[in-house]
Design a binder for this molecule. Structure first.
Ligand SMILES: [Zn+2]
Ligand SMILES: [Zn+2]
Length: 273
């Protein structure tokens, strides 16, 4: 899929670059996002079965053979379930950090190729520059990411217990964000989960609530922010409309499109340019 936008005001100017992305699935049963600048296309996590990810890509007119890599945030099954199958079937290199690789290797099985990254250090997949940064979560070494192409910046943080100052620093000045809004605090508190699970979810190494997501957005949003996709919503302790209502308080001027990722189907493809 070409992502180059013709520049009509002058033939002499180079064409504008853009980035397209969608959340193929978001939630505790599987997470995956597709990101492309038209030259390089990656999957960010592959937590559904390989067949289901392929089906969702094809529904959007995309094909796994056009992918260049899979980037993995952490070893929880809802992020790596389809990594092994897709890597082997489509000869895709898998980018992940060492602790995640060691913790996830038995689940993923043999991979076509692995390339280790280190949180805090940039790496590139062809034309995309990716910066991984640490998230507070109960896995070995969970990463959030900013994905860059020229001036464009997409931020992704979907499994985090708290928004640390480092998270805020990295998510500043994004053109688009895929951000966790896992639960409504009241629903979690009064809901059916056992006490220990409520503690885990709301703790420093758990998941971000709607209210925390709103506060984070209010703090980091910049004038160039165009799209926010709320992701990893709990089916038990949240509702899409509840999450949108809570988070929209931080985006009240109407310049930002706010949408929700679903477990059962992909979001539409969104574009920043
Ligand atoms: Zn996780
Ligand atoms: Zn997760």
């Amino acid at each position: 899929m070409s992502c180059v936008v013709a520049n009509h005001d002058s033939d002499l100017k180079p064409p504008r670059v853009c980035m397209r992305f969608c959340v193929l699935a978001g939630g505790s049963k599987g997470n995956a996002a597709y990101i492309s600048d038209g030259t390089t296309s990656i999957l960010m996590d592959a937590g559904l079965s390989g067949v289901e990810i392929q089906r969702r890509l094809q529904f959007l007119g995309l094909h796994p053979q056009d992918l260049d890599a899979i980037v993995v945030s952490h070893e929880h099954a809802d992020h790596i379930h389809g990594v092994g199958v897709l890597s082997r079937r489509w000869n895709l290199p898998v980018y992940l950090n060492e602790k995640t690789r060691l913790a996830g290797e038995s689940q993923m099985g043999r991979l076509h190729e692995t390339r280790d990254f280190e949180c805090g250090l940039d790496f590139t997949v062809n034309t995309l520059r990716i910066h991984p940064f640490s998230l507070s979560h109960d896995a070995e070494d969970t990463a959030g990411f900013t994905v860059h192409r020229d001036h464009l910046k997409l931020g992704i943080a979907t499994d985090l217990g708290i928004a640390t100052s480092m998270v805020k620093l990295h998510l500043r000045s994004c053109d688009a964000m895929i951000l966790e809004a896992n639960h409504d605090s009241g629903m979690l508190e009064t809901g059916p989960y056992p006490w220990y699970l409520k503690q885990r979810i709301s703790g420093r190494c758990g998941h971000l609530s709607n209210e925390e997501s709103r506060d984070l957005l209010a703090e980091v949003r910049c004038a160039n922010l165009r799209h926010v996709v709320l992701s990893h919503l709990s089916e038990q302790n949240n509702r899409p409309e509840t999450a949108v209502r809570a988070v929209s308080d931080a985006l009240s001027d109407g310049k930002v499109s706010l949408s929700v990722a679903h477990q059962q189907f992909s979001t539409p493809i969104l574009t920043i340019e």
